[in-house]
Design a protein around this ligand. Sequence first.
Ligand code: 9G3
Ligand code: MG
Ligand code: MG
Length: 568
Amino acid sequence: MRTTQMLMPTLREVPAEAEVVSHQLLLRAGFIRKLASGVYTYLPLAMRVLQKIERIVREEMNRQGGQELLMPIIQPAEIWLESGRWHVYGPELFRLKDRHDRDFCLGPTHEEVITLLVRGEVRSYKQMPLLLYHITNKYRDERRPRFGLMRGREFIMKDLYSFDRNEEELDVSYQKMHEAYTNVFTRCGLKFRPVEADSGAIGGSSTHEFMVLADSGEAAILYCSHCDYAANIEKASLPAAGLDAAVPPLELEQVSTPGQKSAAEVAQFFGLETSQVIKTMIYRTDKELVAALVRGDRDVNEIKLLNVLGALTVELASETEVQQATGAPTGYAGPVGLKKIRMVADHEVMALVNAVAGANQGDAHYKNVNPDRDFKPDLVADIRMVQAGESCANCGGTLEEARGIEVGQIFKLGTKYSKTLGATYLDENGKEQPIVMGCYGIGVSRTMAAAIEQNHDADGIIWPASIAPYHAVVIPVSAKDQGQMELAGDLYDQLNRLGVETILDDRAERPGVKFKDADLIGYPLRIVVGAKALSEGVVEVRQRRSGQVDLLPVDQLAEKVKEILTSL
Ligand SMILES: O=C(C[C@@H]1CCCCN1)Cn1cnc2cc(Cl)c(F)cc2c1=O
Ligand SMILES: [Mg+2]
Ligand SMILES: [Mg+2]
């Protein structure tokens, strides 16, 4: 391809609305253009990258026995009513009506569609395991689409669904996908980690997220420096410390604490560690107001709280709701005498002796609060955030924190959908059994963005060779020099003939402009054909990532370039 013929509109300036690097560079390097909020056109350079990622995904799904199909984007409401999810999802589900006024949605995922397909076609245990997948646009009406392709309202996802006879065989399918995902992200040249994750509304048992490590990642993960333990911070948990039995419980006493609100202020006021304070946070769920108790040096893990309460949504209560529930302003809420709302205490709180807590009265706290004696929570559970620096439950190593971009997630669904939708099979004894399912997603368009987040510098993108739009760009220094242009054209033809995906920058631009564009777009190799190419028969080959420059004889160029590419 020649750049004079290709639609690849690069920009000099950084578009104001782009907050993260991948969004900025995808726009500036001419990969995407916005149609609407969270809705993008992929331009030719992006298509080449997406097709490479999809090819790697297909190869790895097929290697594990996956069979590709293509399910409809538009889905009738009836199947979402049957699965009970039509009313579970709110404005995030794109809904529309057909000309007969019948309800449809644009598919955010395909559990219902695929389960109903299998319900109709699988009747015998002999037909499983079955791994079915497709790669399509998904639609989720995010309240705040942002970060370009990282959180769009229309995005490309590979979703595979596994169908097995029982949990043991689901485990086999799950492991196959775990291996397939490891291969996919390795082959895409990404640094990633599978992490234990929260299964959220989808339910089912265990689930892993595949995180591309990048400081701009929205997810916080904790990983052990010594063993392979890694978890999304939403999920990470550690065994609770035992009760400090040595200390005798003292008399409960109310103390005036004017203006002392935060756990740190209150601890300091009493000359105690923050860990000796009971932090009482009031939350509103889709069902009720609830008090969550954690130690003063911890934070509430709202995902864990949501799961423990079986709620759909959870968020901090307003000032008035706190006043209404506790009789005191925020900062003075506490468990003692709190009768109006349910109370969930973290395990660590129950291990405290002679703690300090709000007195549910302005400017007042209790000291010598002893759980069980002075208050009885409705629930005791793990509802705290684990923190970096704590010791790994697996091996005692130290937990470290990193940011990640979730590019894939695999779930064991069990019989959640097959039971609801009646997808069963006849086992060896002719007995009807529910099919056991798993579902496995990869964000294909998000993976392209994540690759940029992890591979860029001040000059632009640095594509891993395996997913680069082209392997090399040939740049004649002077478009006016007939000899250089001809030689550049020959080298371009020769490289392409030998399987090096090469683009020729034949624009009548100054070399500096071409070099800047080459670095911005991020081709792994830049081959410059200048005066020396004619006078000394050498061309300059520069590697984008390392900046290494080699002067190579023209007649060895293609072989050398192939060698360099295999080393990238
Ligand atoms: O999609 C999944 C689970 C897996 C992920 C991997 C591939 C197969 N599905 C979870 N999820 C996320 N957001 C959603 C948004 C809407 Cl509006 C919805 F109606 C449904 C869902 C929904 O079910
Ligand atoms: Mg998640
Ligand atoms: Mg997820």
